[in-house]
Design a protein around this ligand. Structure first.
Ligand SMILES: [Zn+2]
Length: 255
């Protein structure tokens, strides 16, 4: 399994437009963060989680040329606003297979009526093939089993995903104890950590580290990072030996 971090930044990305914060001015490429997304290559399948406003750029820079499943964690714009840019995939492979909860699909249908329309479609409009999924029902894409995990982004229910010994959880503030059973025996856990200061709907650094401690994966990578987390190079030195800050274009290979 190959995991490509396409974006590791919070909703505004880093640098933030117009910001003169030192992290926004950093020349370290690891301090430049697009909106969160990952691309997972597993058993011949190509899966992308979320499709934010940097989707086009992320597809180009990572070299992702085919998607067998586009999975959504939730409907917020930093995770969905790139949906119009699936068109090159449509022209080559037909409608994009999209996997999301019914609530998220309904929300996208409302915001992107022209993509979901079945009549009077504009020629060349983006096209999707919708697969509703549920938190407690594992599903499969091309023979790859995916276990959804229910997490809470404040009071918004969000999905994380487990594929084999890898789990990806973003935009988490709380998780019910019962869901922790789905996270046993992980080699790699990716989880969000916004910054040091607390936030209403995201884990801050300490909450993310406490969560990693609870789940006990072999390794953990933090994502959905704000410029307030500080410089990558400095912050990473302070982390436990099995916890890392993810950064854009990082690729992990899991046996
Ligand atoms: Zn987000």
């Amino acid at each position: 399994m190959k995991i490509h971090f396409l974006g590791t930044g919070t909703s505004q990305g880093i640098p933030v437009i117009g910001s003169d914060h030192p992290v926004c001015l950093s020349q370290d490429s690891r301090d430049k963060r697009l909106r969160v997304s990952i691309w997972v290559e597993v058993e011949g399948q190509s899966l992308v989680v979320d499709c934010g406003p940097d989707f086009r750029q992320q597809m180009l820079s990572s070299g992702c040329t085919r998607i067998d499943g586009l999975l959504f964690t939730h409907e917020h714009a930093d995770h969905t606003a790139g949906l119009d840019d699936i068109r090159p995939f449509n022209f080559q492979y037909g409608p994009m297979p999209v996997y999301a909860e019914s609530r998220v699909i309904a929300n996208l249908r409302q915001r992107y009526g022209y993509i979901f329309a079945t009549e009077n479609r504009y020629p060349g409009a983006p096209a999707v093939h919708v697969h509703p999924i549920e938190a407690d029902a594992p599903f499969s894409i091309g023979g790859v089993t995916i276990q959804p995990i229910r997490v809470w982004h404040g009071d918004l229910p969000v999905l994380g995903f487990r594929i084999g010994d890898f789990a990806y959880l973003t935009d988490v503030k709380t998780i019910e104890t019962a869901e922790l059973d789905k996270l046993k025996g992980l080699k790699v856990l990716v989880v969000n950590a916004l910054r040091e200061a607390p936030h209403d709907t995201h884990f801050n650094l300490q909450e993310a580290l406490d969560f990693v401690n609870l789940v006990q994966p072999e390794q953990a990578y933090l994502t959905h990072i704000s410029h307030h987390m500080g410089f990558h190079a400095e912050r990473e030195k302070t982390l436990p030996s099995t916890v890392f800050l993810a950064y854009d274009n990082l690729v992990l290979t899991l046996e």
